[in-house]
Design a protein around this ligand. Structure first.
Ligand SMILES: NC(=O)CC[C@H](N)C(=O)O
Length: 501
């Protein structure tokens, strides 16, 4: 982080300590607490349901503060994760100082930190989602010599009473402005709070989904992040979901990350963008074109995509989103600027033209380094994802590309440059593998390819077993066709999984 990044930084702790959060030490946290009248500390950690849990500490004295920051605390793992039995359930949680932020909602001044799980022997908990991601990024770097960066696009729906004024056009909400868009103030407040918690946001906007039903407006919004190292990216997404729900509660609104709330209307995805870095350089582009390394990582994703839904699409409603004509993927393929495919290569500022001076004739023509911008986007995941598992799974998939002997051929075979949902392309689409259509089918796909995820010790066999058991528990193999056209059953299903992940 250079001094310009410190200068307008929205995280008060960064501004006060004049260093990036990644360099926060225990002494920094104590120093901030002492000089800013902080009264409480919260540890937060994701449980098996994908949500952040909270443990509150009141600061009794300096000695106690030092003790909790150093030793962490003891928690009941069996109440957090289904794979931990009540018989030997104690775990330790130890805070990660680099995730510290001031709780924007707390009445009593409070610092929050995400915490890592440790087992009884003081080792990182083998099957914890966050440690799995750490193992995945380590293996990625060992195999490829590169670093794995990601960023997420959080889509959600907000529900507000419909007063009939300035109606928006059904399914035409993309980048809509106020007063046709009604939840701009909600989104900008969320963005402000997320930035204060350290989230590196790219932008926010209204999304396509917008409809009226039973006296309510359902308005879709999106907040998109900037690429950072995979672990930081996962931490930021976890905190952002927590912030968005709390802002909604504070403003008396209801918000959901549910993948699908009505058939025939846009669902909500949690697309993940990826880039691979070496010595601070983005390896996705070479000579203005997608590099062989980028094609290799895409090939890895093409090969194991049907198993990735086991990490990124965890509720039966997830599979009601993966249908044609809703900008959601159905088949295993990739393409440029194409929203019908599974992996999209978005525009990456590769033309080398200075558009700023063309738009602003007063500006002298200048070269701006845009090489960090190119990413590729995986479009299957949704808000029910276990964020750490999902990003770990994608990291494994990309590494897998570098371990496949035929990666570039696989990439070539799965490339499409047409809308796969257009009738005229039906024949060509038949040759592409399909994504699973239920939780149970995802469990089957994961079982078939589990060796890839268990390689290099990344996903523990116990974790894979646990994920499969959870997915099979939904017994939804034929649900999508069973309840097709049955609005009442669909409504019940949506209610059950309304606050997933
Ligand atoms: N513009 C978009 O990419 C929309 C994505 C879509 N909402 C989804 O379900 O994934």
């Amino acid at each position: 982080m250079n001094s310009d990044e410190l200068l307008l930084n929205a995280n008060e702790m960064v501004a006060y300590l004049q260093k990036p959060a990644s360099e926060f030490t225990k002494a920094d946290i104590i120093n901030f607490i002492r000089h800013n009248d902080i009264r409480m500390v919260n540890f937060m950690y994701p449980a098996g349901d994908g949500k952040l849990k909270t443990l509150n500490f009141v600061i009794n004295n300096l000695n106690y503060l030092e003790t909790i920051l150093t030793c962490g605390e003891r928690v009941d793992g069996s109440s957090l994760f289904s794979f931990i039995s009540a018989g030997s359930s104690d775990l330790y949680v130890v805070p990660r100082f680099r995730t510290a932020f001031i709780d924007p909602f707390a009445e009593v001044p409070t610092i929050c930190m995400l915490a890592s799980f440790f087992d009884k022997d003081g080792r990182p908990l083998e099957s914890s989602p966050e440690h799995t991601l750490a193992k995945a990024t380590r293996a990625f770097t060992e195999v490829t010599g590169m670093e794995f960066h990601t960023m997420g696009e959080l889509e959600y729906y907000v529900m507000i009473p419909d007063d009939g004024t300035f109606p928006a056009v059904d399914q035409r909400g993309y980048h809509e402005s106020s007063p046709f868009a009604k939840t701009t103030a909600f989104r900008t407040k969320c963005m402000d709070y997320i930035a204060r918690t350290g989230g590196q946001i790219k932008y926010g906007h209204s999304e396509v989904g917008n409809f009226q039903q039973d006296g309510y407006i359902y308005e879709q919004g999106e907040i998109e992040f900037l690429p950072v190292d995979a672990q930081t990216s996962a931490d930021q997404l976890m905190i952002a979901k927590w912030v968005i729900r709390n802002v909604a509660a504070e403003m008396g609104l209801n918000v959901t990350f549910a993948p699908k709330i009505t058939t025939g209307k846009a669902g909500s995805g949690l697309h993940i963008h990826m880039r691979i870095m070496k010595d601070g350089k983005n390896m996705m582009i070479r000579d203005g074109r997608l590099s062989p390394e980028a094609c290799t990582m895409i090939a890895g994703m093409m090969d194991v995509a049907p198993a990735i839904t086991a990490f990124g699409n965890k509720t039966p409603t997830s599979y009601f989103r993966l249908v044609p004509h809703q900008e959601a993927p159905t088949n295993v393929c990739w393409g440029d600027c194409n929203r019908s495919v599974l992996v999209r290569v978005p525009l990456g500022w590769t033309s080398n033209r200075d558009m700023c001076s063309m738009a602003n004739p007063l500006e002298a023509e200048k070269h701006f380094d845009t090489s960090l911008k190119q990413t590729v986007e995986m479009r299957s995941p949704d808000g029910s994802a276990d964020i750490y598992q999902l990003i770990a799974g994608l990291c494994v998939a990309c590494r897998h590309g570098f371990e496949m002997p035929d990666a570039l051929q696989v990439a070539e075979k799965t490339y499409v440059n047409y809308n796969i949902h257009d009738a005229e392309n039906a024949d060509r689409v038949g040759a592409l593998a399909q994504l699973p259509d239920s939780c149970e089918a995802s469990a089957d796909c994961l079982e078939k390819q589990r060796a890839v995820f268990e390689q290099h010790g990344v996903f523990s066999p116990a974790m894979i077993d646990g994920i499969e058991a959870q997915l099979r528990g939904f017994a939804d193999r034929t649900l999508r066709s069973d309840i097709a056209g049955n609005d009442q059953e669909m409504e019940k299903l949506v209610k059950t999984f309304f606050h997933c992940g």
